[in-house]
Design a protein around this ligand. Structure first.
Ligand SMILES: *[C@@H]1O[C@H](CO)[C@@H](O)[C@H](O)[C@H]1NC(C)=O
Ligand SMILES: *[C@@H]1O[C@H](CO)[C@@H](O)[C@H](O)[C@H]1NC(C)=O
Ligand SMILES: *[C@@H]1O[C@H](CO)[C@@H](O)[C@H](O)[C@H]1NC(C)=O
Ligand SMILES: *[C@@H]1O[C@H](CO)[C@@H](O)[C@H](O)[C@H]1NC(C)=O
Ligand SMILES: *[C@@H]1O[C@H](CO)[C@@H](O)[C@H](O)[C@H]1NC(C)=O
Ligand SMILES: CC(=O)N[C@H]1CO[C@H](CO)[C@@H](O)[C@@H]1O
Length: 707
């Protein structure tokens, strides 16, 4: 609570001070800050339909004549990008990792044991050092028998060695197969088997906990390279598998260095397995030119991107958003400090109380996040605000609303920032100048909150692995919420009519339809799945390649896209009404009582049901108010609480103008949060509907069955 403590007497004068301050500084501020310019910039048209038709294709006005394909002249493969950076910024910091000082087990009051760490300073590899390490590693892999254009796999957490490995593979033209560390065993075996890899790069932990169990299902595998181990014996490996440390392979590679076989722009750089929300994972083939077009588009949306920027890397690198973001940083000579979701902030679960989290140490200027993480920050801060005295709370709300109004007019609020939001901002280190959100839709409430409390623009992006992460990113000057921005300079976007869903490019006031993304960024398709490639990709009469996303969007007059629905998530109820499950979830997730929700409907039923992960604190408060006793799990099992939560949900849904038939009639409360480890959500925290359905099968029968 003390993080926002302000002398109560101040409240009385706050309104008047702010008012006087605004009046005194308004005119000079208006001209110095260029608020008028900001406002005009926010409102300007950012993309236009190049055919003149409402269906598009829409293209960024920054490249209306032709799409942009490369960052620097002649730099058309990823190895050249790294070479460019290493020669332009040889002595600047490139990749940073914190030293592990000590590790201890801490016993919690409930008897559980948490591992806590104390971490030291960031230790940096310069661009030249990182470049040399990659070169030697690539050469060493070649010495171990890895051939150009033959697949090689990485199965590893986000860390500096991941990027060193990727760069080594780009340089030596080894197509890199990436797999999420949270994929299940059969899925990993499927990916490794399908791509026929003989070499894999992994970490000690993952080898022990995940990889070892499936080695027999991957008969072609011969070499395992461990990034974080001293050379040791691994006695219990199946016969014929050699284990090496990364350092040892680099040593082999340094003397003598192998001749490189240079990649072409059309060669495959990465085969990225996406966990997808249904079925077995699919490998997406991404060429060098695809990735370069993607990072060119992304970089153009980050104003003043410079070598002095610092990026914090902690999202899975096997996710296209994180990989592209880090490649953008490398192409501009920025430094990348590594972190993990468990060590991000001072309060993070693995950080020992009193020691510093990664953001406090690194003070990043750029950060990417998935909405799940931003939602968590939002709910935590709001809970703290709720716990404040009435006086403090009104002060916070006053400042919040004041800033919201100012922002919409294009002004800054330096006084509020210093007095009220400084403490919140320091949660992320205090230097963030841009936050980027991607992977799933960010709720308007959360986006606005991050904007206001972290005092920096929050860009929202939209893209898929199939389009190499590229699609749209909102303009940093655009303070509107709920939209994903205009097409990147590397992509065209078209809307295709969808009859069943009732979306047409002729819809008023805005054209709507399925989003098709086209351009050099569109990937070469799925690995070994010709049928699916023919369904989802096509080439138009001008030779441009397109991907059909299955998402439904609408274009606003300023050329910004809003995602409004998803084809797959549409269910037709018994009586013929169409329910968009995604829309229902998006609305109900704004409820403070709800941490996560999956709406479900059977087409032979007349109503929607839901699986709900309630917010623990809010649920307990509600239970106390209603006099329902019990532990969290008992509360979640209680029919009384189900009824109470349903009432709150229904009110929120009506207030947000959901139709009657869209509101869940029955719910199942879940005490366990859904994390990628449970297999119920993807790494980007998208719901896996099929898995959720199986998991809650008994509850579905109960909710649709008897009573
Ligand atoms: C990198 O390698 C080059 C050539 O092998 C060498 O001249 C240079 O000193 C190395 N740089 C570093 C920082 O090790
Ligand atoms: C891997 O491939 C081999 C043959 O190529 C096959 O026998 C085996 O069942 C496959 N394993 C998995 C897990 O797909
Ligand atoms: C980076 O350098 C540019 C000019 O070279 C400067 O305008 C900017 O403020 C610097 N950013 C940081 C975070 O130091
Ligand atoms: C291709 O993809 C479809 C849809 O995901 C899937 O049903 C099918 O089994 C895949 N085929 C192969 C050969 O992997
Ligand atoms: C709650 O319900 C679940 C599933 O129905 C059951 O496994 C669990 O034991 C119940 N917990 C309590 C505390 O009643
Ligand atoms: C793989 C792919 O789609 N490559 C295309 C990238 O864009 C150029 C120019 O539009 C095309 O010529 C390539 O075929």
């Amino acid at each position: 609570m003390h993080w926002l403590y302000i002398n109560p007497l101040l409240l009385q004068v706050f309104r008047s001070v702010v008012w006087v301050y605004s009046v005194v500084t308004f005119l000079p501020w208006y001209f110095i800050s260029g608020a008028g310019v900001n406002q005009a910039r926010a409102k300007r048209v950012k993309a236009r339909s190049i055919s003149g038709l409402p269906a598009g294709p829409y293209r960024s006005v920054n490249c209306i004549d032709r799409l942009v394909l490369t960052l620097h002249q002649g730099v058309d493969t990823l190895d050249k990008v790294f070479e460019y950076a290493a020669s332009h910024f040889p002595n600047r910091d490139c990749l940073g990792t914190r030293e592990l000082l000590s590790e201890e087990d801490e016993v919690q009051p409930n008897g559980k044991v948490f591992k806590k760490v104390i971490l030291g300073q960031y230790k940096w590899l310069t661009y030249e050092e990182a470049f040399n390490e990659s070169r030697f590693f690539g050469s060493g892999l070649a010495a171990l028998g890895q051939e150009p254009k033959c697949n090689i796999a990485i199965f590893c957490e986000t860390r500096a060695e991941w990027i060193v490995t990727a760069q080594a593979c780009f340089m030596y033209n080894f197509p890199l197969v990436t797999l999420y560390s949270t994929l299940g065993g059969p899925a990993i075996a499927h990916g490794l088997n399908e791509t026929e890899v003989t070499h894999i790069i992994t970490s000690k932990d993952l080898l022990q906990s995940r990889l070892k169990a499936i080695l027999l299902d991957v008969p072609r595998l011969r070499h395992i390279i461990i990034v974080d181990s001293k050379p040791t014996n691994w006695p219990d490996m199946p016969r014929g598998i050699m284990v090496n440390s990364m350092a040892a392979v680099q040593e082999i590679g340094a003397k003598p260095e192998h001749i490189r076989s240079l990649p072409l722009p059309t060669d495959i750089a990465v085969i990225m397995y996406t966990s997808g929300s249904t079925g077995i994972p699919k490998g997406v083939m991404i060429s060098h030119s695809n990735l370069i077009a993607g990072i060119t588009g992304m970089a153009e949306r980050i104003p003043n991107l410079e070598y002095n920027d610092t990026y914090i890397g902690y999202l899975p690198l096997a996710h296209v958003l994180e990989l592209s973001a880090e490649l953008v940083c490398i192409s501009h000579g920025c430094r990348i400090g590594y972190s993990s979701p468990q060590t991000l902030a001072d309060q993070s679960t693995k950080i020992k109380k009193g020691s510093k989290g990664d953001t406090s140490m690194l003070k990043p200027t750029l950060m990417a996040a998935v909405p799940e993480i931003m939602d968590r920050i939002y709910k935590n801060v709001m809970t703290k605000v709720d716990e404040m005295s009435r006086l403090q709370r009104s002060l916070f709300i006053l400042a919040y609303n004041y800033k919201m109004e100012q922002i919409s007019k294009g002004y800054g609020t330096p006084l509020c920032d210093r007095l009220v939001f400084h403490k919140v901002r320091s949660l992320l280190g205090g230097n963030t100048r841009i936050l980027l959100s991607g992977g799933a839709p960010l709720s308007p409430a959360t986006q606005r909150f991050m904007n206001i409390c972290f005092c920096c623009p929050v860009g929202q992006g939209y893209g898929l692995t199939e389009t190499c992460g590229a699609g749209t990113i909102s303009d940093m000057w655009d303070y509107s919420t709920g939209r994903v921005g205009a097409p990147l300079v590397c992509s065209d976007i078209t809307l295709k009519d969808w009859e069943e869903g009732g979306y047409h490019s002729t819809d008023k006031p805005n054209p709507r339809g399925e989003i098709l993304i086209g351009g050099p960024n569109v990937t070469m398709g799925y690995y070994k799945n010709h049928t699916k490639n023919q369904d989802d990709f096509f080439v138009d009469e001008k030779g441009q390649r397109w991907f059909c996303t299955g998402d439904i969007g609408e274009f606003h007059p300023d050329g910004c896209l809003k995602i409004i629905d998803r084809k797959k998530d549409l269910v037709k109820l018994q009586a013929g009404e169409y329910v968009s499950l995604g829309k229902v979830e998006a609305v109900l997730k704004n409820c403070p009582l709800i941490d996560n929700i999956c709406a479900y409907a059977n087409s032979d039923q007349s109503y929607v049901i839901g699986f709900v992960v309630p917010n623990q604190k809010q649920l307990t408060t509600l239970a106390v108010q209603r006099g329902v006793p019990g532990s969290l799990e008992e509360l979640c099992n209680s029919t009384d609480m189900e009824f109470e939560v349903l009432r709150v949900i229904t009110e929120a849904a009506i207030a947000d103008k959901l139709e009657r038939f869209e509101i869940p009639k029955k719910i199942r409360l879940s005490a366990e949060p859904w994390t990628p480890e449970t297999g119920l959500v993807t790494d980007a925290f998208k719901l896996k509907r099929k898995e959720l359905k199986t998991h809650y099968q008994d509850d579905i029968e109960r909710m649709y069955g008897g009573k």
